[in-house]
Design a protein around this ligand. Structure first.
Ligand code: KIV
Ligand code: ZN
Length: 515
């Protein structure tokens, strides 16, 4: 019988710690439902003590999402563990996840304690969590740079105290695959009770080794992998879930390993996370990047036409890609539109479908032929807008050359339906628009990055605008898509401001240091 490798998804916790990637409450719930459809074993839904909003999101996910185990992270202190338990206790399957450093660098420089004190703190925390919950996971933070002897002792003691999962993190993405494989093998060799718990790994990608390290760990006895959709996470991110799942499916199957993930849901999940986090996926990203199955050179194209096996080790369909040579026009009809969206992984109904249809007709009017990439851009944009409390209702921009004075008027509407109109003059049309929007929203911020990318070729292409703004030392990414780059720019700014407003409402405390 195949050996199951559990997939622990931490997109909503470690992933959400990526700079600029914060999510609103409904966005977190939507992603959690999609993760359940994807078939992950565990969802780490957040860090309940970090903010009331995070607590509420974890609690709602625990109450609504069936199938996976729901967990939340806490430091090895009672108030964090209480918060995790309160948030996850109503889940069908639940777990408390505790983190405490194990490397001397962290113990001395961050915690300013001794090894013995940290060990005792960990034992007390596990025993405390055990009073609430049967499933307790313990993560010795920065294990990748720790003294192995002290790590083995820690693992031994935490399992004795009741931990059911030991998750060994390479917090700084420092180790090499061979070293990591050996360390995991040594855990089984030198920790007498290692087989009484599930050994898991959590690898960061600072040197680009996160997936390779996770796979090396599986080959040496780990039975659970922590990872994120699109590999997002602190700094350079975590191991990418889609790459791990496909590596296990394509290569580790021969060694008798499998996951419970439905690989045909990977592209859709990647797209949802990328859209809601406003975090584009690089085109050459394995499995889910736009070029992952694109063959450019003549030799390759010829080879693929003769037999795909010549250059493809997996099919686009098995990871959820659909053929992309179909175009829709305004005469295609709503049914064909909905069907195409479903093929692209967007399941929309009711008002969401109505809105997307209206938007499609608008673009089809201007563009005549609407391909999959256009559809993806405009529907993703609609999905983003659907979650926004403040919406752009109208914008009027004037500019002239030479000697023009760019001006913009905007009308925004808030969640209570209240309309607000403002105008401004700027150095250019985008500047004028952003100034007018700022007058309405009134949230101090600084634009630090602005990029426009056309989705397809041609003068009538849909443009994706991605911006980054800074507010109170936090970064927020905004995205907008339209055939008019000025409107896309306005949408992107409103998107980013919505995120700032949502995070202020959430009274988002910074994640406690070291996590
Ligand atoms: O990187 C890390 O060490 C973590 C732990 C909480 C597992 O994110
Ligand atoms: Zn991490």
């Amino acid at each position: 019988m195949a050996q199951h490798i559990a997939i622990f998804d931490t997109t909503l916790r470690d992933g959400e710690q990526s700079p600029g990637c914060s999510l609103t409450y409904p966005e977190k719930i939507e992603i959690a439902h999609q993760l359940a459809r994807l078939g992950v074993d565990v969802i780490e839904a957040g860090f309940p003590i970090s903010s009331p909003g995070d607590f509420q999101a974890v609690q709602t996910i625990a109450r609504q999402v069936k199938g996976p185990t729901i967990t939340g992270l806490g430091r090895a202190v009672e108030k964090d563990i209480d918060a995790v338990w309160e948030a996850v206790k109503d889940a069908e399957k639940k777990q408390i996840h505790i983190v405490l450093s194990v490397s001397d660098i962290h113990i001395e420089r961050k915690l300013k304690k001794t090894r013995a004190e940290v060990l005792q703190q960990g034992i007390r925390a596990v025993q405390y969590a055990k009073r609430y919950c049967d499933e307790v996971e313990y993560s010795p933070e920065d294990a990748g740079r720790a003294d192995p002897e002290y790590l083995y002792e820690t693992i031994h003691e935490m399992i004795k105290a009741g931990a059911t999962v030991i998750n060994i993190p390479d917090t700084t993405g420092y180790v090499l695959p061979q070293e990591w494989g050996e360390l995991i093998a040594n855990v089984f060799k030198f920790v007498p009770n290692a087989n009484d718990a599930t050994i898991s790994v959590h690898c960061h990608n600072d040197l680009g080794n996160a997936v390779a390290n996770s796979i090396a760990a599986v080959m040496n006895g780990a039975r659970r992998i922590e990872c994120t959709i699109n590999g997002i996470g602190e700094r350079a991110g975590n191991a990418s879930l889609e790459e791990i799942v496909m590596t296990i499916k394509k290569r580790l199957h021969a060694y008798g390993y499998e996951t419970g993930v439905d690989s045909t849901q990977l592209v859709q999940t990647s797209r949802l996370v990328s859209t809601l986090m406003s975090m584009p996926v690089q085109a050459n990203k394995a499995v889910v990047g736009a070029n992952a199955f694109a063959h450019a050179s003549g030799i390759h194209q010829d080879g693929v036409l003769k037999d795909r096996l010549n250059y493809e080790i997996m099919t686009p369909e098995e990871v959820g890609w659909v053929e992309s040579n179909i175009v829709l026009t305004a005469r295609s009809g709503r049914h064909a539109f909905q069907h195409r969206l479903e093929k692209l992984g967007f399941v929309l109904t009711g008002k969401d479908l109505d809105k997307a249809w209206e938007r499609f007709l608008d673009v089809a009017d201007k563009k005549k032929e609407v391909g999959d990439l256009d559809l993806e851009a405009i529907v993703s944009d609609e999905m983003r807008i659907a979650h926004e409390a403040i919406r752009l209702q109208a914008v009027n921009i004037n500019t002239a050359f030479p000697n023009g004075m760019p001006t913009a008027s905007v009308r925004l509407v808030n969640a209570d339906g209240q309309e607000m109109t403002e105008s401004a003059i700027g150095t250019g049309p985008v500047d004028a628009t952003y100034k007018a929007i700022n007058k309405v929203v009134g949230v101090p911020n600084k634009l630090t990055e602005y990029t426009v990318q056309s989705v397809t070729e041609g003068i009538d292409a849909v443009a994706n605008v991605t911006i980054r703004v800074e507010s109170q030392n936090e970064q927020f990414i905004g995205r907008g898509a339209d055939t008019d780059i000025l409107i896309a720019s306005a949408q992107a700014y409103v998107n980013a401001l919505n995120k700032i407003v949502a995070s202020r409402k959430d009274l988002r405390a910074k994640a406690p240091a070291g996590v």
